[in-house]
Design a protein around this ligand. Structure first.
Ligand code: ZN
Ligand code: ZN
Length: 253
């Protein structure tokens, strides 16, 4: 993790508009399509339906975030919803803001691949050979693409497209665990500390409307007011029009 941050910092000294464009495009594909729409709204909460092929594509995109494979991520997040800000929550700011942001990743008890917690909290995924493979080898597709970038274009593109993008994506995602359980406004009187945060929502394609989400976990739409910008919801609307996703669950407001 330290090496990744050092390389990401070094990448800043090799700026080019092309490298920035690659970083931003991959950030949307990985954190927007992969984590927000794939890992979170589809695989954790089943907020909409899609074909198996597109579901696997979204999960593969999510693996490029270096946030672990799908079974681990989804099991951890379901535990978070079950014990939000109570005993058993893997990352609540009640154990400290640093802990909620990154401490739990570095020092916490993380359910590993063979941990029975996963079959308990993600039996729907644990029974699927593709998700078992992607969970065990989640770093492989990303490493192959990183090596291809180095081979085809050199270190600078890989430093921007993989290292700096990963560090950025990790911190933005971690803000949902830390910042939106500490700072923001509450529309719903949920039993946890979740808040709505416009700036986290901008960084994470809509995941910052976290109080809305804790109140309506299955809703594929997180930004519930017209001014609550939710890029993943806009993306899902386009995908629905194209017939790629269907049966989209939306919270009634
Ligand atoms: Zn939460
Ligand atoms: Zn959730």
């Amino acid at each position: 993790m330290a090496a990744l941050h050092v390389i990401a910092f070094g990448a800043l000294f090799h700026f080019s508009w092309r490298n920035l464009a690659v970083l931003l495009l991959l950030h949307w594909v990985v954190v927007g399509l992969g984590i927000s729409i794939g890992y979170h709204r589809l695989l954790t909460h089943r907020g909409f339906k899609t074909s198996k092929g597109f579901e696997y594509f979204l999960a593969l995109c999510g693996s490029f975030a270096l946030e672990g494979g799908p079974i681990f991520w989804i099991a951890t997040h379901r535990v978070h919803h079950q014990h939000s800000d109570k005993d058993g929550d893997p990352h609540t700011p009640r154990d400290g803001g640093f802990w909620a942001h990154v401490g739990w990743v570095l020092f916490g008890h993380r359910p590993h691949n063979a941990d029975p917690i996963e079959s308990k909290y993600a039996p729907d995924l644990a029974g699927d050979p593709f998700y078992r493979w992607l969970t065990n080898w989640h770093w492989v597709p990303m490493t192959v693409v990183g090596l291809l970038m180095i081979a085809l274009d050199g270190w600078a593109l890989a430093a921007w497209g993989m290292c700096l993008r990963i560090v950025m994506g990790l911190h933005f995602t971690w803000l949902v665990n830390s910042a939106t359980h500490m700072w923001g406004t509450r529309r719903f009187d949920t039993r946890d500390d979740s808040k709505n945060s416009w700036w986290v929502a901008i960084l994470t394609f809509g995941e910052g409307w976290h109080n809305n989400h804790h109140a309506h976990p299955v809703s594929a739409r997180h930004g519930l007011a017209w001014w609550e910008v939710d890029v993943s919801w806009m993306t899902l609307r386009v995908l629905k029009t194209l017939g790629v996703v269907w049966d989209v669950k939306v919270a009634k407001t």
